[in-house]
Design a protein around this ligand. Structure first.
Ligand code: SAM
Length: 478
């Protein structure tokens, strides 16, 4: 796996313990795995539990409650959580009263069977049942195992004001929708996160304003498929056809939401993730182009460059349509940064399909990408109908080839920035040195430069002087 930028799966943050600063009577230790949505959900969980008197801790040994917010997207993600769980045996031995809960996609996928498989676990809670956590914890405290994996038609946690955990005070996520209706044949998300539903736009705008008042400078609107956002008074997207004429006529779609947010918090940068190619409309592109505070960057997963494989994946677009969309983006937003997700070794993928993937990458020359070996997920259409027939060594070789090509393209794209003066939002201290800040330009590329008198949260102008395939290096100009 390869990572850069505004990561879908941020390898550096996997398993990160999130912490709230205020003191409480009981102590919660919460670790998050997987996508940005999970990190955002943990903030919702912390908010729900703070009302129950829980303060967070970074030390699991002093916790009364240990929660792991889990990911099921690939087998490896689940294995990571299982390995991590075994570490908590010692903690439970030391403190038999500590309760251990599994939240998120793994909880939803495996359900109560998790209690049999992992004897250590007391509580299993799916992504739509976090409001029930206080009851479930009480049940566990009474000595019963507690499970709630009900999926919901309405739950968006729209009224829960997330507690910002472990962040930098500069950038924050706002969930705008939950679930996914795409039914990509490889993907477990529709089963673990339920059907697609959108959050009231007013609550999204209110959250953005609150973040601005708290000093945040950038927000990322989050959803599995943000371009499919549809608010018509609440309820599942698939039930829109049954809505009243008035509800239909006043429905809010993504372009409109993006515009409203951009206008509500003019001083803030706005990003969004993830876009699904078949749902991305031209008015979204014009909106991005029209507003200075909407970042010129689109994460546009493609998964494969072969139309035959895209069809088997049920992606809703073929290679030509994807290329057409990329051309349109380049025309409407000339400097737009583009990144991708790619899966290598999907069932039936031939050498020719793989070459199609490489040639598509060659055409787009993405700024960065996230690349994965296909991992069969139980219950998905692909698992039920296709044989996972690409040998692991072939998957690995193809993955290496696409990673190498991506690295070449990242370097090429980064070189195009050299000599330019770019606006960078400072997020914190660079990993490479205490004397340098790191931030991102509008395209989401990381920029590193000497600190001077600037500070995190400042939007500074940086002249780009050098680069690697991962980072731009520069100097503040006044
Ligand atoms: N909603 C986005 C989409 O549809 O493109 C992202 C969903 S997923 C959380 C992030 C990425 O994980 C996907 O884009 C895909 O590349 C990868 N992924 C999903 N299922 C996978 C599987 N079974 N094996 C390998 N990679 C997978």
């Amino acid at each position: 796996m390869y990572h850069h930028g505004n990561k879908v799966i941020d390898e550096h943050r996997q398993g990160e313990a999130l912490m709230l600063t205020h003191e409480g009577k009981k102590k919660l230790y919460i670790e998050s795995y997987g996508c940005q949505m999970n990190f955002s959900d943990s903030e919702i969980v912390a908010s729900i539990l703070s009302k129950e008197g829980y303060a967070t801790t970074k030390n699991p040994e002093e916790a009364d409650l240990v929660l792991l917010n889990t990911c099921s997207i690939r087998e490896k993600a689940e294995q990571t959580v299982r390995n991590r769980l075994s570490h908590f045996h010692a903690i439970k031995k030391q403190n038999p009263d500590v309760k251990i809960g599994i939240l998120g996609c793994m909880a939803e996928r495996i359900k109560e069977k998790l209690l049999e498989e992992e004897k250590l676990v007391d509580i299993v809670v799916g992504p739509d049942a976090y409001r029930d956590l206080p009851n479930l914890i009480k049940e566990a405290e009474d000595g019963r195992k507690a499970v709630n994996v009900l999926l919901s038609k309405e739950e968006t946690y729209g009224d829960v004001n997330p507690v910002r955990l472990g962040g930098n005070g500069v950038t924050a996520f706002i969930s705008i929708m939950r679930g996914c209706d795409n039914m990509c044949t490889f993907c477990v998300v529709p089963f673990t996160r339920g059907r697609e539903r959108s959050r009231n736009p007013q609550s999204i705008i209110d959250e953005a304003k609150m973040l601005q008042d708290a000093g945040y400078k950038e927000i990322t609107l989050l959803g599995q498929n943000v371009d499919s956002y549809l608010w018509y008074g609440g309820g599942l997207k698939k039930d829109f056809a049954k809505a009243s004429e008035i509800a239909k006529a006043s429905a809010v779609r993504f372009a409109q939401l993006l515009r409203s947010v951009a206008e509500a918090v003019p001083g803030m940068r706005i990003r969004f993730s993830t876009s699904n190619p078949q749902d991305m409309t031209e008015d979204v592109l014009h909106t991005i182009a029209a507003y200075d505070n909407i970042c010129k960057y689109i994460h546009l997963p493609v998964q494969s460059g072969s139309s035959r494989i895209l069809k088997a994946m049920n992606r809703g677009h073929n290679r030509e349509q994807y290329i057409e969309l990329v051309d349109k983006i380049r025309k409407i937003i000339p400097d737009c940064g583009l990144s991708h997700d790619m899966i290598t070794g999907f069932p039936g993928e031939t050498e020719e399909d793989h070459q199609d993937t490489l040639s598509l990458m060659e055409y787009v020359k993405y700024d960065f990408g996230y690349m994965f070996k296909y991992s069969e997920r139980p219950g998905t259409y692909a698992a039920r109908h296709f044989k996972d027939d690409v040998p692991d060594e072939v998957k690995t070789r193809r993955l290496t080839e696409i990673i190498d090509l991506q690295q070449k393209h990242s370097l090429y794209r980064n070189q195009q920035h050299i000599g330019k003066i770019e606006e960078v939002l400072i997020e914190g201290i660079s990993k490479r040195s205490n004397e340098h800040w790191f931030g991102r330009n509008t395209q989401n590329t990381v920029v590193v430069f000497p600190k001077e008198n600037a500070k995190p949260g400042d939007l500074v102008k940086v002249k780009i002087l050098e680069c690697t395939s991962a980072t731009l290096l520069g100097q503040i100009v006044h």
